[in-house]
Design a protein around this ligand. Structure first.
Ligand code: ADP
Ligand code: MG
Length: 253
């Protein structure tokens, strides 16, 4: 039997009189890649912010492993294992790829971040410990050739990949990726798709928002479609592609 990791129950978010997310219900199973798709402004990013607790729902709830997580602080939810990356990458541009991932570990462990900058003894021990894990992530994501590059020197695609690496430092059980392939060229998209598949293969459940439809259709186990804040379809990629409601939502006919 498939295990449910997330239950999104009647989730609603109003901004003034606008229902950005309106009574959305779906489940996420352990180890799957579930994509949330829909036209611009449909409420995808808002859904992700509600799941990761960066926004508080107007009504409805999010259950993670049978525990209600909506209403908890985002860093608490992240520590429980529900981690999102940001549409805008948040990295330290003047530091190397490897140091960025080490800092992400330190932020997660709430350890001696200032010590890292001042190079204190305690921080050195942390850095060694987290360095090992950072190297594993670097290897795992195939970033070894750029690990000593300054983040500011990275091309767009690799900068986004670093955002994913930083999220992995939080040891997620569920990873939410909001448009990870946005602005990437074909090769970068392929590389990043392989990363997402690797992440899934390591047992992490992946929630994905993405506009690149061929990529979504190839990579997803299941898809939830939202339009004007409401769920209009749910199913396997091949079912979604021929669903008349989905076609209508995209073409506006
Ligand atoms: P998507 O990610 O599917 O493109 P969003 O979730 O970002 O859509 O937005 C859904 C709707 O909610 C849009 O109409 C957007 O303008 C609106 N919206 C999103 N965030 C806010 C906010 N903080 N305040 C007011 N309206 C918002
Ligand atoms: Mg969005």
């Amino acid at each position: 039997m498939k295990k449910r990791v997330l239950e999104i129950n009647n989730l609603t978010k109003k901004f003034g009189s606008l229902y950005a997310v309106n009574d959305v219900t779906f489940e996420v199973y352990e180890g799957e890649i579930l994509s949330v798709i829909g036209p611009n402004g449909a409420g995808k990013s808002t859904t992700f912010k509600l799941i990761s607790s960066f926004l508080k729902p107007s009504s409805g709830e999010v259950i993670f492993n049978r525990e209600k997580i909506s209403g908890l602080k985002p860093h608490i939810v992240a520590r429980k294992g529900v981690v999102r990356t940001f549409q805008e990458t948040t990295v330290f541009k003047s530091m190397s790829v490897r140091d960025n991932i080490i800092i992400a570990h330190q932020l997660q462990a709430k350890s001696n971040l200032l010590g890292f900058f001042f190079n204190t003894k305690l921080a050195k021990e942390d850095t060694q410990r987290f360095g090992k894990s950072a190297d594993e992530i670097i290897e795992f994501l195939g970033l070894s050739d750029v690990k000593d590059e300054l983040a500011s020197n990275l091309p767009h695609g690799l900068l986004r990949a670093l955002g994913i690496a930083n999220a992995l430092a939080c040891k997620p059980k569920v990873l939410l990726l909001d448009e990870p392939f946005a602005g990437m060229n074909h090769d970068e998209t392929r590389r990043c798709m392989n990363m997402v598949k690797q992440i899934k293969n390591s047992g992490v459940t992946v929630l994905l928002v993405e506009h690149d439809m061929p990529a979504v259709m190839e990579i997803s186990d299941r898809i939830v479609v939202i339009s004007f804040g409401e769920k209009i379809a749910e199913g396997k990629p091949e079912e979604i592609q021929k669903n008349p409601k989905v076609i209508e939502a995209y073409l506006g006919v």
